[in-house]
Design a protein. Structure first.
Lengths: 147, 289
């Protein structure tokens, strides 16, 4: 871990070690948020992790496939997610934690659906937050737009 | 509740079935305590009703579910008194770079109690308390019928658990573990760790437990919404004397959100190749996350 992100990481992780049990801790940079806009290619609702595959059309017209890992259906359903919320072909806007090495993969943070529904991934939240349900959902994406 | 051997409890059958009971008693007396072949006697309706009334007054572990609010890894605030074998293992130990449980293999005890993220649920019926650990999809069966441990319990991920109440504290004694249950034997000195390591497993020393691993868990309600579980580890291949961990805490969830769900782990071999391409259900490639 680089020192420059230490402060933010402490803020993010000091109280949040409960819910990353089955996740890798190395692949994604949880100090960063990137916003993707794209079309759903696949939505796999399965334990231990969900996977959302999104096709993103870049500014130069090229299509890029992003594989985004979420936390477990068990945890997500407790935070208001439903397997039927997302269908192949849907347009979505997604805030993700990007890969450290720049690959087109990420960890789900928040999904914004076209009907206005906002779904936050409970991964990394405290036990109190998991038991209490989502709070203070963002109205709009918070990440750095990906072009 | 006083600990009474199981065979003593079974001798309460109604006199009207004397002939049958006499022969069963003979069988029971011959059987060793904790022997799975020991004869079990069906309880009468009245006996069963009384048994349910008796357990109804026990501390309320039963409403809702319990969500861990403790970190995944155990803290070892007092340095354990390690055996020389453990000390030499720790001397050469390299911390795991990543989660050791990104697959679906059962963790077993003791670590299955640590995972959290998904709540646990207690159930009870006369003679047994069950604890469903959703994050592993496994249920612990804690015998409260006064039995003794089996002489030769077969190794299992959750071991053989026998519980009894000491006042308001449920004391659970467990042994008979499979050799590959995930075992944390300590924590590295903070000074040796990379600064700002985001992993909740930073500094955790995982290792093998010994064949005599035995856990004694003391479970009690600190208040209606808080369950505390304090575990003492007996393992003479790792610790010279039993090590008492600080209590872990769980909060009660009553809302439907917190109800138990199935956990069917689908082998978790989603594999991202070096180009970031995703494959599902891969069983023979190394994990990349």
């Amino acid at each position: 871990m680089k020192r420059k992100s230490l402060v933010l990481l402490i803020a993010v992780f000091c109280c949040s070690s409960v819910a990353y049990a089955h996740h890798s801790f190395a692949l994604f940079d949880r100090s960063k948020l990137t916003t993707l806009s794209g079309t759903v290619r696949e939505w796999k609702w399965a334990n231990p992790h969900t996977w959302l595959t999104v096709v993103v059309r870049k500014a130069d017209g090229a299509d890029e496939e992003w594989a985004l890992v979420g936390s477990s259906p068990n945890m997500m359903s407790r935070w208001g997610w439903n397997a039927a919320d997302i269908k192949v072909g849907d347009k979505v806007v997604v805030d993700i934690h990007p890969a450290r090495d720049g690959k087109t993969i990420g960890e789900l943070h928040t999904v914004f659906l076209t009907d206005g529904k906002v779904l936050a991934d409970p991964g990394g939240q405290t036990g109190e937050a998991l038991a209490g349900g989502p709070a203070n959902l963002p109205a709009k994406p918070q990440g750095e737009p990906y072009k | 509740m006083k600990r009474v051997p199981a065979y003593a409890l079974r001798n309460e059958a109604a006199p009207i079935r004397c002939a049958c009971v006499c022969s069963l008693v003979a069988l029971v007396v011959m059987a060793q305590p904790g022997d799975a072949r020991a004869a079990a006697v069906p309880q009468s309706k009245e006996q069963q009703a009384k048994a349910w009334r008796d357990i109804a007054a026990l501390p309320d572990f039963w409403q809702g579910t319990w969500q861990s609010v403790s970190p995944i890894a155990d803290d070892f605030p007092t340095p354990p008194d390690y055996t020389s074998a453990a000390l030499s293992y720790i001397k050469d130990y390299k911390p795991v770079e990543d989660s050791p449980f990104t697959n679906c293999k059962p963790l077993g005890l003791p670590f299955a109690m640590n995972i959290g993220g998904m709540p646990m649920k207690f159930f009870q019926s006369p003679g047994m308390i069950a604890l469903y650990i959703e994050s592993s999809g496994m249920t612990r069966f804690i015998h409260t019928d006064g039995r003794e441990h089996s002489e030769r319990p077969n190794p299992t991920y959750l071991g053989e658990s026998i519980g009894h109440w000491e006042g308001d504290t449920l004391v659970v004694d467990t042994l008979g573990f499979a050799p590959d249950t995930l075992f944390q034997m300590g924590k590295l000195d903070k000074k040796t760790l990379a600064q700002g390591d985001p992993s909740p497993l930073a500094g955790v020393i995982f290792g093998s437990h010994g064949p005599n691993l035995r856990l004694v868990e003391r479970m009690r309600l600190a208040d209606f919404n808080t369950l505390e579980i304090q575990t003492t580890i007996y393992d003479d291949s790792v610790f010279k004397k039993p090590y008492s961990l600080p209590p872990r805490r769980f909060i009660r969830g009553i809302e439907r959100r917190n109800e138990s769900q199935e956990w069917a782990c689908t082998d978790n071999r989603d594999y991202l190749d070096p180009n970031g391409k995703l494959e599902y259900n891969v069983k023979d490639k190394a994990q990349s996350r």
